[in-house]
Design a binder for this molecule. Structure first.
Ligand SMILES: Cc1cc2nc3c(=O)[nH]c(=O)nc-3n(C[C@H](O)[C@H](O)[C@H](O)COP(=O)(O)OP(=O)(O)OC[C@H]3O[C@@H](n4cnc5c(N)ncnc54)[C@H](O)[C@@H]3O)c2cc1C
Length: 222
């Protein structure tokens, strides 16, 4: 790590952003002793929270227990960039390079998935700053402009509303090779979302699932 980066991070604390907020709900009480449930879900990240939510939606009478060794949102789900894109393959180019034959299905599923997330956020009134803003791809060097053109073509081929930057933007990109960012391609259809895990925990609780965290000894939970 360079000195300027070290200096910039000097007063940063390695705490998940969503947990380091006065509005963060308190952690659920630890599970102690023996308990029974219809379905136990281990891990209160996005995967576990979503699983518990879907399980309760499918059968509200089901007793769902969601347990975590630390606390909800402690791990990757509380530390990510907050971008919620429709792509299941980390972008079209990556998907086309690996699963060319399956891309139409993967794109459809990704799109349905994103719409389902949006619908659930709306259904439960989850305040997570969800915005269907689209994606902006930028070139930071002139030779990357061709990649952006390719990206726009691929996006259009899969039905996305993709546009290239103006000639002015492109000229600027060419004449300022060292400029940090030269905007050029924009895809309107996919969504970028500032997602928060904690409101989802709330929605899981609203749904009636029991949430227990800080349960370090998993064997006692079963
Ligand atoms: C730095 C970073 C940036 C990212 N940016 C993005 C992004 O912008 N957009 C995006 O879509 N994705 C992003 N991701 C990926 C995304 O965050 C993860 O794919 C997602 O959060 C995984 O969720 P999860 O519930 O499967 O796992 P986690 O969030 O890791 O949750 C797992 C939970 O299980 C618990 N657990 C594990 N083992 C046990 C056990 N034995 N007993 C009890 N509890 C246990 C842990 O304590 C933890 O709380 C990013 C990831 C990282 C790390």
């Amino acid at each position: 790590m360079t000195r300027p980066i070290r200096a910039a991070l000097a007063d940063a604390a390695p705490i998940p952003f969503w947990l380091d907020s006065p509005s963060a709900p308190p952690a659920a009480a630890p599970l102690s002793g023996t308990t029974r449930c219809d379905l136990a879900v281990v891990g209160a990240g996005f995967t576990g929270l979503w699983t518990a939510l879907l399980a309760k939606e499918a059968d509200p009478s089901r007793d769902v227990l969601l347990i975590d060794g630390r606390t909800a949102g402690w791990a990757a789900s509380g530390r990510n960039g907050g971008f919620c894109a429709s792509s299941l393959t980390h972008g079209l180019a990556n998907g086309l390079a690996r699963f060319p034959d399956e891309m139409p299905v993967l794109e459809r599923l990704g799109s349905e998935n994103l719409s389902a997330i949006e619908a659930a956020i709306s259904r439960y009134g989850i305040e997570c700053g969800f915005e269907r803003t689209g994606e902006l791809e930028v070139a930071t060097a002139p030779h990357q402009l061709a990649w952006l053109d390719e990206s726009v073509e691929q996006a259009r081929a899969f039905g996305h509303d993709a546009v290239s930057g103006s000639q002015n933007t492109r000229r600027s990109a060419r004449s300022h090779a060292t400029a940090p960012a030269c905007g050029c391609a924009r895809r309107r259809q996919p969504c970028t979302q500032a997602a928060s895990l904690l409101p989802r925990t709330h929605s899981v609780r609203c749904c009636g699932a029991r949430v227990r965290t800080s349960c370090r000894s998993m064997t006692t939970c079963w």
